[in-house]
Design a protein around this ligand. Sequence first.
Ligand SMILES: Cc1ncc(COP(=O)(O)O)c(C=O)c1O
Length: 389
Amino acid sequence: MNPLASSVLSSVRAPDPASPAQLPAAPARSAATPAALVGDTPVLWVGEPFTPAGRGFWAKLEGHNPGGIKDRTALYMVAAARERGALPPGARIVESTSGTLGLGLALAGITFGHPVSVVTDPGMEAQVAGLLRAYGAEIHTVTTPHPDGGWQRARREKVAELLAAHPDAWCPDQYHNPDGVAAYRPLAHELAAQLGRIDTLVVSVGTGGHSAGIGRVLRVFFPALRVVGVDTCASTIFGQPAGPRLMRGLGSSIHPRNVAYDLFDEVHWVAAPESVWAARALARTHYATGGWSVGAVALVARWLARTSPAEDRIAAVFPDGPHRYVSTVFDDDYCRAHRLLGHEPPEAPDEIARPDQAVVTRWTRCRTVTTPRAAATGAGRPDLAGAAR
Ligand SMILES: Cc1ncc(COP(=O)(O)O)c(C=O)c1O
């Protein structure tokens, strides 16, 4: 039998012991609470045929958490707020989220005994809304975008309204809460232990939490680390003008305070059809895949694997798995309706010298990362009118 077949079979066919006493004493993944299942996610080698022969990257599969990457942040932010007394026992948690943090907060609510209200917009996938309700969360859907700040601003205004209605309630404020960055230290430690050495980190940016949290720790371990940020076209984070965005999770129409601009060596903006192409190609070739952010990160990591020195070790963070995207990224009717199919991305991105040089509408790279003026002055950072507790 060839070595691949034999290693696959030995992992799926464990011989039956004669009695339970002969079973290993403590299987590594047993847990007394669902929260204990968060973290220690695997890394997967993504190589041929997604990448050229001999090249590839390591994907950190955060979809192996019970909800997704934000389980880490949700548990951390809630635990820290309880410790500080900002979140009294049994008080309500209210937050604006496109889904992943909502799943994490539902887990934190069950773990610590808090009701959870999630504010979202009509773009939330039915599967995620259904799951959130099943996990006991209450969902509030805003119906019209804010004229300047889009859906995100409309959601944040609804959060402020709910906080005013529930005097005890607390909002994690994921865009600006430093605990949302600190929560990712263990993820950085896991990556360093799993890979030994990391030359390039590829991370998507939404609130900026995981890129800042992981990047800061890994830069200390590996001072020459190259940090590559991945955003979506029409997102304001790295200085492009706001526009309608189909992709969820990564990207923003405000300027989250958690984005660590000083950390990034370069940024790539990716368009929805390019992300769909990569997410689908990954699914066909590697089974492990995800949605908008995973597709975008994988597209950029694939290019880095092809163009970096062969010995470079590239780590790419996949924030969640594919399941919530069956009615979008993996649905032919949805993709046809949004003209997302049949656009194989170019082999390399376009390049601009400064983020404000041109409005980008397809995969584009910029090696100058600066803090956009609106982010530096706070103009693009609407807080919750003093209501964030
Ligand atoms: C699926 C997905 N990908 C990427 C991100 C971006 O991560 P961060 O908010 O840590 O920048 C998010 C954030 O919600 C997400 O839900």
